[in-house]
Write a protein that binds this ligand. Structure first.
Ligand SMILES: Cc1cc2nc3c(=O)[nH]c(=O)nc-3n(C[C@H](O)[C@H](O)[C@H](O)COP(=O)(O)O)c2cc1C
Length: 370
């Protein structure tokens, strides 16, 4: 009923708007929700779904359910109080860079409805670590969160690649007290050469720089691109294990333009193949799943994986979990399906557990490999 209301009511209105304007409207609404306990109670009664079989403890953090908000939606951590009332089990804010930056010129966000996909080249537009830390400080003086908060860190565009480690470290220091887990994002296609940081030497240098700041031993994860070849993924995994990284987020958006139905972007009129940016949603789903399988096999299931890429329903989430993801994240699915998607996935996961005779979600993690 509510999902039909989104599909036939709200979505056509939002999709009539410029994608970034629609996003800003969504964030503004969620910001209101974040600041109002009355609105949160109303949202909770509609969107929240609870079943003890979906809860688990990971990195000493309680995840009431395994479905989280992916990075890039709440870049400035402006709506952190909204995400639990919409049913998410955790939320990841950012990407945040040490320097505030405006990102790439607009238009930089495009819908590809025929592919259930989005193309974005936002370029880490965000207010910067210091401003966001100040805002989080004042938010936490009045409110608290009921779900784990992840903070995703990236490199400022103005910082040379060789100095990247200092940039990540500065943001990590400024935001340290506010995050339950942190993400080293080295996989966005929209900051020039950022993905070169996935090379083992560069990644090692960043992780080594963060280690002494991490006095409370908070979980640090690495987010990787789907476009790395398998040998490079195995190398990244080895570095992550060497530096006792808490987990890997697989994956970010893809620069591949293969198998797209969409040929041209309606806003620019240009062939999609000529437009810079990363594709999310359905086209990245299978590669993201393959990467999860590869990480699981490489680590023999010992390194927690956060599965993300093209999750639109419970089946998509289930496939990622049985491939080895302990928890999953959603972004593009939220755009196409609306906030009811979370409850739908959670209800569907419970049905899957029952159908497989499993007692809880932990038993499903990596099931495909057993
Ligand atoms: C508009 C947009 C902006 C994004 N920004 C970020 C970002 O700042 N940092 C990041 O790590 N991932 C970012 N992502 C990638 C998502 O977190 C996710 O990894 C990817 O979209 C695949 O998931 P999905 O298919 O559910 O969207 C962004 C995705 C979209 C669509």
């Amino acid at each position: 009923m509510l999902s039909a209301a989104y599909q036939y009511g709200l979505r056509p209105i939002l999709f009539a708007l410029d994608p970034e304007a629609a996003h800003n409207l969504a964030i503004a609404s969620c910001q209101r929700l974040s600041n109002s306990s009355t609105l949160q109670a109303i949202a909770r009664s509609t969107f929240h779904y609870s079943d003890s079989r979906l809860s688990q403890t990971l990195w000493d953090l309680k995840f009431e359910n395994p479905v989280g908000l992916a990075a890039g939606f709440d870049k400035n951590a402006e709506a952190i109080g909204a995400w639990s009332s919409l049913g998410f089990g955790f939320a990841e804010v950012g990407t945040i860079t040490a320097q505030g930056q405006s990102g790439n010129p607009q238009p930089r966000l495009f819908r590809l409805p025929s592919d259930s996909a989005v193309l974005n080249r936002m370029g880490f537009n965000n207010q910067g670590a210091k401003a966001i830390a100040e805002h989080l400080q004042s938010y936490f003086q009045k409110h608290s969160l009921t779900i784990p908060l992840g903070i995703n860190l990236g490199k400022s565009k103005v910082t040379e690649l060789t100095d990247a480690k200092f940039d990540y470290a500065e943001s990590f220091r400024l935001l340290y007290q506010f995050g339950d887990y942190f993400v080293v994002n080295v996989s966005s296609p929209n900051t020039p050469n950022l993905r070169d940081l996935q090379a083992t030497a560069q990644l090692s240098a960043i992780l080594a720089e963060l280690a002494p700041i991490n006095i409370q031993n908070k979980p640090i994860l690495v987010k990787i691109a789907p476009d790395l070849n398998d040998a490079d993924i195995i190398e990244v995994v080895k570095v992550c294990q060497e530096y006792a990284v808490a987990g890997i987020i697989a994956t970010n958006t893809t620069i591949s333009r293969q198998n797209l139905v969409t040929t041209h972007l309606s806003i620019t009129g240009n062939p999609v193949a000529n437009e810079l940016g990363g594709i999310s949603g359905q086209p990245v789903r299978d590669r993201s799943l393959a990467v999860i399988n590869l990480i699981w096999e490489t680590t023999e299931g010992k390194l927690p994986i956060v599965g993300v890429g093209g999750i639109f329903n419970a089946e998509d989430a289930w496939q990622k979990i049985i491939a080895g993801a302990a928890i999953v994240q959603v972004y593009t699915g939220l755009i196409y399906k609306g906030p009811m998607i979370i409850k739908q996935i959670l209800q569907g996961l419970v049905t899957k557990l029952e159908a497989h005779g499993l007692e809880n979600i932990q038993q499903a993690i990596g099931l495909a490999h057993r």
